[in-house]
Design a protein around this ligand. Structure first.
Ligand code: SF4
Length: 348
């Protein structure tokens, strides 16, 4: 009987955490996926892999898994494919590339990558193919990403960088945490956000979950505010309206640290379109009761530090950058930007 091997690897699924895993291999077969021994203390909480990562054994051995290259052998869209060998696949692809290169038709090739297992840092497949095609010729590429492009663009425009968030440990200093379309109990992007939110709550922070779904993260929250999907910017505007009309805006911060609040203020008050973005207006759009909106606006403006943690869902929609921009604006209006335990995590 061959010895049992424990082979460390990084989770290859399309997720930012890249959790450490250990493949337990016996007689050349993957028999279990384990986690490496690590310190797990309040100061250095361990990032615990989720069930998806632990399910690698099922993925590797799944009958549905494509085990060989497939070549279409029927009309496009017919779903007819036949298995071919790796050698045949390489020859086929190389022949097509040579044909395009001979005709100087490199741009006829659409190079699209970066999601699924290939995006896993363990494989770096996307980086490798980008490198290959950057040498090969001027192929057609896509821009942006399907994950957080709107939030990233908004952060770039408004904050000058795509990852402006603070260390998750600073959440422990928050007195109010808004999880807005964010579900750290089920999904995480590298740091152990749920751990620190639970820690902040133990220290007295109030946690509110604003989300169309009653997710597992509700267990971290004191209150769940359901909202219609895609209406986040309207809810933010109404909260901002409450802050503006009740004198709760941190004008000193806006004047010293921001540009361009004037047009947003006019938008809130309906100066140009005649429609004040009052709580009743947002209730009709978002489904969140006006009195709840008033309370959310007042609380966010007066309890400090208040941390706004939007997920990616609110910006994964048409004009999703509007929600992302609104979150940043609201954080600036409240004066929470730059406060330890405050701020807005607009990307992660
Ligand atoms: S959180 Fe889950 S899916 Fe993401 S890297 Fe870790 S184990 Fe993989």
């Amino acid at each position: 009987m061959s010895p049992i091997e424990r082979i460390p690897f990084t989770c290859t699924l399309d997720c930012g955490s890249r959790c450490e895993l250990v493949a337990v291999v016996e007689d050349g077969r993957l028999v279990r996926v384990d986690t490496p021994p690590r310190e797990d203390s309040p100061e250095r909480p361990r990032l615990i892999p989720c069930v998806r990562g632990r399910a690698h054994r099922a993925l590797v051995g799944a009958r549905e898994r494509v085990g060989t290259p497939l070549k279409r052998n029927g009309p496009r869209g017919s779903g007819a494919f036949m298995p071919i060998s790796w050698g045949e696949a390489l020859d086929e692809i190389a022949g097509r590339l040579q044909n395009l290169a001979a005709r100087k038709a490199h741009s006829a090739l659409l190079h699209i990558t970066g999601a699924g297992s290939i995006s896993g840092r363990g494989f770096s497949g996307a980086s490798a193919s980008h490198r290959f095609f950057s040498f090969w010729g001027p192929v057609t590429v896509t821009v942006g990403n399907m994950s957080n492009h709107c939030a990233g663009i908004a952060a770039q425009w408004m904050l000058g960088g795509q990852v402006p968030a603070s260390d998750r440990a600073t959440l422990l200093d928050a007195r109010l945490i808004r999880l807005w379309g964010k579900n750290p109990a089920e999904t995480h992007m590298a740091p152990n956000t749920a751990h620190f939110i639970a820690g902040a709550r133990d220290r007295g922070a109030r946690v509110i979950l604003i989300d169309p779904r009653y997710t597992d993260s509700a267990i971290l929250a004191d209150e769940w505010v359901p909202i219609r999907p895609g209406t986040d910017a309207a809810l933010v505007a109404a909260m901002a309206y409450v802050m503006e009309t009740e004198g709760l805006v941190d004008r000193a911060f806006l004047e010293t640290h921001t540009l361009g609040y004037g047009p947003y203020r006019e938008y809130l008050l309906g100066v140009r379109d005649g429609q004040p973005k009052a709580p009743q207006w947002a209730e009709a759009i978002s489904g969140v009761p006006a009195e709840t909106i008033v309370r959310l606006g007042r609380e966010y403006a007066t309890v400090k530090p208040a941390c706004l943690l939007p997920g990616w869902g609110p910006q994964r929609t048409l004009y999703g950058e509007q929600a992302a921009r609104a979150f940043i604006t609201l954080a600036c209006m409240s004066g929470n930007m730059g406060l330890r335990g405050g701020g807005v995590a607009s990307v992660g």
